[in-house]
Design a protein around this ligand. Sequence first.
Ligand SMILES: Cc1ncc(COP(=O)(O)O)c(C=O)c1O
Length: 429
Amino acid sequence: MADSEHYSSDEDFAKAQDAEDVLGPYRESFHIPPGPDRSPCAYFAGNSLGLQPKRVLERVNQELFDWATHGVEGHFKGETPWFSYHEVFRESGARLVGAKPGEVVLMNSLSVNLHLMMVSFYQPTSERYKIVIEEPCFPSDIYAVKTQLAHHGHDASKALLTVSPRAGEHTLRVEDIEALLEREGDSVALVLLGGVNFVTGQLLDMKRIASAARAKGCMVGFDLAHAAGNVPLSLHDWDVDFACWCNYKYLNSGPGAVGGCFVHERHGSNLDIPRFAGWWGNDPKTRFQMQLIPEFTPREGADGWQISNPPILALAPVKVSYDLFDEVGMDKLRAKSVRLTGYLEFLVDQLGGDAVEIITPRDPLARGCQLSLFIREYAKEIVSKMQADGVVCDYREPDVIRVAPVPLYNSFFDVWRFANSLKRCVGGS
Ligand SMILES: Cc1ncc(COP(=O)(O)O)c(C=O)c1O
């Protein structure tokens, strides 16, 4: 239960919080889509598609300009030479997920990267061949895992282990994951879980899970689609083997943005790890020797998993976004996020009754910014009605509304608007 002593449901309270908010001015850095009355909507779908930073247009235009001006020479000339464009994310990408420079690369998109990581880190043997996933698990991850199992000749009905919430509960218990690993760990090749669950918004204790998995000799990877840019991460110190995320949710880099990938340095420095190779993963010193040196020499670090040359026009928005995250810093974002989501929790609790139930953990350490609301009746209709109030959030079949107050651009007044609209729409007025 959010602390009622620190919050109030008065509109003035929300506005006073915004006036004091040190991150408030960053809202101006984003395009906020208009609602039906043409004024900015209260946008809570940043867990699905983050808003566009205003500087993106200028940055993409710069690349178009460099292309027009330099043609192929743009690989080595221009403001950010394309040959090494992916390297501009080494430091900022590492800071974002708590990695060392060289452990992070931006490439492809999330599901593709999950496959590439499994090519390297799911190496089943006759004794150790199972994969652990969670319930509910994002469909693309299930498809990826099942097709990887099938590719290696394994039957998902025997080789796929699922950790689920206990009966009557909505979220996972880490002790249940540990118990599963204790029982089955010797036959598990890979543990692959969502760092923040896409339905419930639960933030897993990745450090504890990685430690339990590694103690049993399993590889451990995380899908960080809902975690990157949302919560502080320390992937290197947590000893995670690999992780993949998308940049279009909390990282505001545009629909289908290029994804991110972490490979722990103990693997990055092992050039013998099997992988699907392409020229951009080759050592840059010999990358252009083409037919003269046909053998693949992987570059050290996560860069060695790249296949193709990167899509510069698609990386340009990511550069704007990562610069913004660097400027603000995760500590300030997280501090505001905890308070903003706590305020949302407080206001939802004020509704009373049983029409709406928060299924996200109450402990701020066990969630990011998203709250997931179980709506007893008419969830889909309620989301559409709220849209007419200029409040945008999203609906997951059959009865969940996901609401993500994003600290970079959402205000306390946005949250207040959400709660008032929800009250009106649930109440049927
Ligand atoms: C948890 C999770 N995993 C995977 C994906 C798939 O991402 P992509 O389409 O970039 O492969 C998504 C997309 O929303 C997601 O939320």
